[in-house]
Design a protein around this ligand. Structure first.
Ligand code: IMP
Ligand code: MG
Length: 171
């Protein structure tokens, strides 16, 4: 394991996740169901913490896309597996770990829109400063510098997802 600098501690993340959930609860209301769709694998930790603070009836589903090879964004996005249930006429919240170029998100939004949900919103734990997709994300946890980040679900070649904090590799 390489040396890591902590960017956001477990405590900072927990506090921010709670704040995001509060906004979602206020905007969505307590009554209508919400289908929370996690993008595997990176969003698993954020999603599991987020849904625990949601007060409406929640359905959880997942999909998986692949776009990265050896930490280099290849720009091509491929659906590896899709939702298990239809979302037609449902309110859908897509949960991402990080939005960088927005390529993955644009692909996923187009894909999910074709399933005719009643509404579609996006929560991403992290948003990269250099990105040009901020307008596509409704709820952002933290805006991060243009560095490769790991932990709290985010990996580097499959490792570091289990870290309770978000960090960057030491030089
Ligand atoms: P985008 O398509 O460029 O927006 O990249 C989005 C996806 O790339 C995210 O869902 C992550 O899985 C991955 N990704 C982008 N930046 C990072 C990073 O700094 N650390 C780990 N994964 C990243
Ligand atoms: Mg991802």
């Amino acid at each position: 394991m390489k040396q890591i600098d902590v960017l956001y501690s477990a405590e900072q993340i927990a506090a921010r996740v709670k704040e995001i959930a509060k906004v979602i609860n206020e905007e969505h209301g307590k009554k209508a169901e919400l289908v929370v769709v996690g993008v595997l694998k990176g969003s698993f930790m954020f999603m599991s913490d987020l849904v625990r603070h949601l007060t409406m009836p929640v359905r959880c589903d997942f999909l998986r896309v692949a776009s990265y090879h050896h930490d280099v964004n290849t720009g091509n996005v491929r659906m590896e597996f899709d939702l298990t249930q239809p979302v037609v006429d449902q309110d859908v919240l897509l949960v991402e770990d990080i939005v960088d170029t927005g390529n993955t998100l644009r692909f996923l939004l187009e894909h999910l829109h074709s399933k005719k949900p009643r509404s579609l919103s996006v929560a991403s734990l992290l948003y990269k400063d250099v990105g040009k997709a901020r307008d596509l994300v409704n709820y952002v946890g933290f805006t991060v510098p243009d560095k490769y980040v790991i932990g709290y679900g985010l990996d580097s070649e499959g490792l570091y997802r289990s870290l309770p904090y978000v960090g960057i590799f030491k030089k």
